[in-house]
Design a protein around this ligand. Structure first.
Ligand SMILES: [Fe+2]
Ligand SMILES: [Fe+2]
Length: 246
């Protein structure tokens, strides 16, 4: 469903990747996600008691760390080829998040089947997105080639996680996938709610600043006009015996 929506938004993806500065920054951000995922998978290979999964997680971790290297080198090459200029920080990460899912990985205390289900859905989403990025990067053949190389690995990750899930949980793999999907939907909802809360918070502050504050400023000005200017002589009072301030 998300992949279909992404294809509908294909013109937006083309626009996001068309700016070379933004492209380099996005590659660097993807590099961080891949490196993070690689470290988590290396940890998963230490924790699992299944020797076959240990080998596969280790290979998966190596792939993700290699992707991080490839993305970083390409980002540096793109940046080096550009003249310096001030850039906006807008990266549209909500629309083109790369291999999202790996940044949400929880390894410690996770069962192998739950982890495999989560990995399978994340890798499937990532493979779908990288296909779109690959197509949208027709104007930059080197970055396009980078994504098609990475895509081959992502498809391998997507397939092995599904195959191993069926192996370790032959009866409950459908249930595990259902829960992993529900978890991803919940995370997506939270991300959307946080983005909406940020927009609404900004809007409320703008209304306070431009609508409510001017009213108070006007009232304060009017009150100030009715006050006498300068020092005012007050009637002398007898000194208080109970307080030094009166
Ligand atoms: Fe990757
Ligand atoms: Fe991957």
């Amino acid at each position: 469903m998300v992949a279909d929506l992404d294809w509908w938004l294909y013109p937006l993806h083309r626009w996001i990747w068309s700016d070379a500065h933004r492209r380099a920054r996005k590659l660097l951000r993807f590099c961080e996600t891949e490196a993070d995922g690689g470290r988590d998978l290396a940890r998963a290979s230490e924790l699992t008691t299944d020797p076959r999964l240990r080998r596969l997680y280790l290979r998966h971790a190596e792939d993700e760390l290699r992707h991080a290297d490839m993305l970083r080198h390409r980002a540096i090459a793109v940046l080096m080829a550009l003249p310096p200029r001030s850039v906006s920080s807008f990266e549209a990460n909500w629309l083109a998040p790369g291999e999202r899912g790996l940044d949400d990985l929880r390894i410690d205390g996770e069962r192998d089947d739950a982890l495999l289900a989560f990995l399978h859905l994340s890798e499937r989403a990532a493979a779908g997105r990288f296909k779109i990025y690959e197509k949208a990067l027709a104007s930059d053949p080197q970055t396009q080639q980078l994504f098609s190389d990475i895509l081959r690995d992502e498809e391998f990750h997507m397939n092995y996680t599904r195959r191993e899930l069926v192996r370790v949980s032959p009866k409950k793999h459908g249930w595990r996938l259902f829960w992993a999907r529900a978890h991803r939907l919940w995370k997506g909802y939270l991300r959307l709610a946080m983005a909406l809360a940020g927009v609404l918070g900004g809007l409320m502050l703008m209304i306070q600043y431009f609508v409510i504050l001017p009213v108070f400023a006007l009232l304060a000005k009017r009150a100030a006009r009715s006050e006498p200017e300068g020092w005012v002589l007050r009637s002398p009072r007898r000194p208080s015996l109970s307080s030094q301030y009166e």
